[in-house]
Design a binder for this molecule. Sequence first.
Ligand SMILES: [Zn+2]
Length: 250
Amino acid sequence: MRLAILLALMLSFSAQAQVERRDYKIIASGLSVAFPSGYACEPIASPFASPTRHDGSMRRDDRNKGLHGGIDLSLEIGTPLLAIADGEVIALGKGGALEGIYRWLRHTPEDTGTRYFIFSKYQHLSTLPTLKVGERVKAVKVIGLSGATGTAGKHYGPTGYPHLHLSTFYGPSDEYEIKGMFGSMVHGKDARLDDSLILYLDGLDDLSAIRSLTDERKTIRPAVVGDDGRIHPEGRKTVWPVSCKESTKR
Ligand SMILES: [Zn+2]
C-alpha cells in the first residue's frame, strides 16, 4: 500500500515536471561574432542551436530536440558577469539540475535600442543573489559571478563545467509569468527564444529577417567592456556579458 502511494506520488511529480518544462523551436541564426580589434574576449564555446557541447560531444536529444537553447562561454569560476544592457531584475534563485543559480533580467526596447522586450537568463552562477527582484541595473553592472552550479554529475562529472549559459527571449510585451518548481522559468508573453547574438545587431526591427541577412551583416560586432570598465565603442546600449582583456595599447 505504502509503495503504491509512493509510486503515485512519483508519477504525479514527474508529470508535473514535464508540464513545467517547455520545449522550444530552435533554429540556427547563422550569426557569428567578431570582437573589436585590440580586445581579447571569451569566445562562444557552444553557439545557439548547436547540437554539440563545448567539448564537441552531442547534447541529449530529449530536450529542445538536442539543440542548444542559448550560448555558452567557458569561464573560470568567479568571473564577473555583466548586465548585457540596462534592465530590471525580475527573477533570481537556485534552480535544479542543468540550471544552477540563475538571474533573469528584463530589458525594454529603450534599454537595448531594439523593438523588442528582451528577457535574458544567466545560469550556473557561483553566488547567490545580492540583487533584489524589482531592482533596475545599468549595462555593465556585475550581476553575479560565474560558476558551475547545476552542471555536476552525468556528462560533466563531479566537478561540473564552469561556464555561463545565456538565453534570450524576444517579445512584443513587458508582461511575463514565472513558472517552474524553482520559480526559474520566465515566460514572456508571446516571447520567442532566439540567439543572444541578435541583441547586438544594429537597428534590429524584425526577428524574422535575421535568417535572410547578407553574409556581411551576419557577423555581429558587439560592444565590449575593456580594462577601464567602459564600453567600447562608446554609446552602445548592449555589451558582451564578460569583460575583455585589452591585448594591445591603443
Ligand atoms: Zn548552455
